[in-house]
Design a protein around this ligand. Structure first.
Ligand code: NAD
Length: 446
């Protein structure tokens, strides 16, 4: 039986963002909007129009359901008190509990968190896992804070948002500059207040307190599977293919490592916030990591030339993986991208205008909501294991992840072929169709 269609739902007020221009918007000379939430909404608009959604439904999909802003004091090591601002945006829960990471960064803004929560909604839908989308963040500079300060800030933020998160409601995970230690502090804070260990309250935890094997590399492993599938479609042999990776954190480093170790690709360029390195001959990312751990950056690794983050994107390579932050490929530099495939380990690295340019040039973009969906997929596995209190082997995790990634890739590829559109549009159409179906079944209350 087909679900009953919804009637249009008028009455949404236009969104007033309160957005403050961030550094990357200020420094950019390009004309398109670089406000991440405007970009996220434009992506929804584009797909919604192709799907011929009624205006009321499109309006629902362009609004977050719930937004919490918290201002909270933290005692700093020197005895002073500093007030931090944090957010938790719960975008959509039509298909299941809210799910999404927590970011610590000086550029965090409400609109950035809204955009990331919106992307999480489509990501969970395109991966076919039973979650909605959410995201959180704190405006802070974790690089300038001690571990004790980070712990106090994390615990207080967790307490402040505890009124809306929990294993059946909203399950956070790591994102930029947060990690398994951050998740352990959040899990402990919520557990202490509940009076018992609530392991399923966050994912990306250490394995000893209910984390899943394979979660640390899951985003990159999933991205590697989608790159492999794209290479098959485009008849590119990944063995020996040259790879440039922007960003050398959890996503970027593990992607470079797995592309080399499992697909035999040649890593020729990587970068971090301090700059990048290039070598025509290629290098082992594991050795670069050791160098970064000693010196604080990939820059200066023996046998490589320094390259800027901007130039890295334009290198003459087969495969590119933007794995740092938003808005790296814009209308300003898209025409100079030479890679055949761009695998978006990062969220939102390409603007809609740049998408059009890359599509015309024949660059296959594996969009973020598909490419980096491995992270949330293994987070889902972790949550399932926590709720069942029964844990899987790494082999089981990897096999299940591979199945979900290849099925999601195939669904998007089929939509792309049928509609003759780019992969992002196709991924959005697959995802939005699934969310809209949930709405049609559930209806609009009351
Ligand atoms: P991370 O904190 O582990 O690493 C971030 C990396 O980016 C660091 O190497 C940092 O030096 C580098 N960086 C920061 N600013 C940069 C700049 N301007 N240019 C180049 N490099 C820069 O973060 P992560 O978890 O690897 O996340 C990276 C991206 O992947 C983000 O967009 C995040 O939303 C996305 N992502 C991560 C996961 C995950 O499971 N970790 C899942 C899905 C998506």
């Amino acid at each position: 039986m087909a679900p009953k269609p919804l009637s249009p739902c008028p009455g949404y007020a236009p969104l007033t963002s309160g957005h403050k221009t961030t550094d990357w918007e200020m420094t950019s000379m390009v004309k398109e909007s670089l406000n991440p939430f405007e970009i996220a909404r434009e992506q929804v608009d584009r797909a919604g129009k192709r799907l011929k959604l009624e205006p009321g439904m499109l309006d629902i999909l362009k609004h977050p359901k719930r937004e919490l802003t918290v201002h909270f004091p933290v005692k700093m090591d020197d005895g002073s008190i500093k007030v931090f601002t944090g957010y938790r945006v719960q975008y959509n829960d039509a298909r299941g509990p809210f799910k999404g990471g927590i970011r610590y960064h000086w550029n965090v803004s409400l609109d950035e968190v809204r955009a990331l929560s919106c992307w999480m909604t489509w990501k969970c839908a395109v991966m076919g896992i039973p979650y909605g989308g959410a995201k959180g963040g704190i405006i802070c500079n974790p690089k300038e804070m001690s571990k004790d300060e980070l712990e106090r800030m994390t615990r207080r933020y967790a307490s402040e948002i505890s009124i809306i998160i929990g294993p059946m409601k909203d399950i956070p995970a790591p994102d930029v500059y947060t990690d398994s230690q951050t998740m352990a502090w959040i899990m402990d804070t919520l557990s202490v207040n509940a009076g018992f260990a609530v392991t399923g309250t966050v994912t990306g935890k250490p394995v000893s307190i209910g984390g899943s094997l394979g979660r640390d590399e899951a985003t990159a492993r999933g991205a590697m599977y989608t790159t492999r599938e794209a290479c098959k479609k485009l008849k590119i042999n990944p063995r020996g293919a040259t790879v440039a990776v922007q960003g050398f954190g959890n996503a970027g480093y593990n992607y470079a490592r797995l592309m080399q170790d499992e697909l035999g690709s040649k890593i020729v360029a990587v970068s971090d916030s301090k700059g990048g390195i290039y070598s025509e001959k290629g290098f082992d990312p594991k050795r670069v990591l050791t160098h970064k751990e000693k010196t604080g950056s990939v820059v200066g690794f023996a046998g490589t030339k320094k390259v800027s983050n901007e130039d890295l994107l334009e290198l003459d390579v087969d495969l590119l993986a933007p794995s740092a932050l938003e808005n790296q490929i814009t209308s300003e530099n898209a025409s100079r991208i030479k890679a055949k495939i761009s695998t978006e380990c990062a969220n939102g690295p390409t603007t809609p205008e740049a998408d059009d340019i890359l599509h015309k040039k024949g660059v296959l973009v594996i969009p973020d909501i598909l490419a980096n969906g491995g992270g949330v997929t293994v987070s889902y596995f972790e949550w399932v294991q926590d709720l069942a209190n029964y844990f899987w082997t790494k082999k089981e995790v990897d096999e299940k992840l591979e199945g979900i990634m290849t099925r999601a890739f195939e669904a998007v590829w089929t939509m792309r072929d049928e509609k003759k559109i780019d992969m992002r549009q196709a991924a959005y159409m697959v995802a939005i169709n699934r969310v809209v179906e949930a709405y049609r079944w559930r209806g609009i209350y009351p």
